[in-house]
Write a protein that binds this ligand. Structure first.
Ligand SMILES: Cc1cc2nc3c(=O)[nH]c(=O)nc-3n(C[C@H](O)[C@H](O)[C@H](O)COP(=O)(O)OP(=O)(O)OC[C@H]3O[C@@H](n4cnc5c(N)ncnc54)[C@H](O)[C@@H]3O)c2cc1C
Length: 131
């Protein structure tokens, strides 16, 4: 976790066998306007503080800028607090005569945004389908 630099959160996503090594996490959204190369260079600079020059031996850098994703981003005027609509009651209903049901961790009233929320949502949606 960091409040300095583009990397806010980063996790070890290496595999169980420990022969495939990945760091994955979230960058501060204010860096969206930079080019991919500029963001990558800042990320590498931040990582070098902890891991040293071996960082330059990385195999690949992959990123998603959510603002550029047409299906998951909507332009907004004011700052939107993350997760504020998690578990909203609109997500709990079925639509189109029961043919459209919204599922996923963020729709859950319990532990939204986490694995437990995904399981909770799956259970609720299963109940909706069965009923
Ligand atoms: C870096 C990172 C670290 C995290 N760490 C933690 C943690 O430590 N603890 C924790 O509890 N949670 C953590 N989370 C959050 C957790 O992973 C998610 O909340 C959870 O996986 C969401 O589950 P989901 O089933 O709602 O959605 P997802 O896991 O996103 O599943 C959605 C699935 O739908 C598939 N899909 C998408 N579009 C289509 C389509 N058109 N047709 C068919 N399939 C489609 C996708 O490929 C995906 O497999 C982390 C998330 C990230 C990104």
């Amino acid at each position: 976790m960091s409040h300095v630099g583009p990397i806010q959160e980063m996790y070890d996503h290496s595999n169980y066998e420990n022969n495939f090594f990945v760091l994955m996490g979230f960058l501060n959204g204010t860096y969206y306007a930079l080019s991919k190369k500029e963001r990558r260079d800042l990320v590498l600079t931040q990582l070098k503080k902890y891991y040293g020059s071996i960082v330059d031996e990385y195999d690949g850098y992959f990123e998603v800028v959510w603002r550029n994703e047409p299906c998951t981003y909507q332009a907004y005027q004011k700052h939107i607090v993350p997760h504020q609509n998690n578990g909203h009651q609109l997500y709990q209903a079925a639509y189109m005569d029961g043919r459209l049901i919204i599922a996923g961790s963020e729709t859950s009233t319990q532990f939204p945004g986490y694995m437990e929320g995904a399981v909770s949502s799956a259970l609720s949606v299963t109940d909706l389908i069965i009923s």
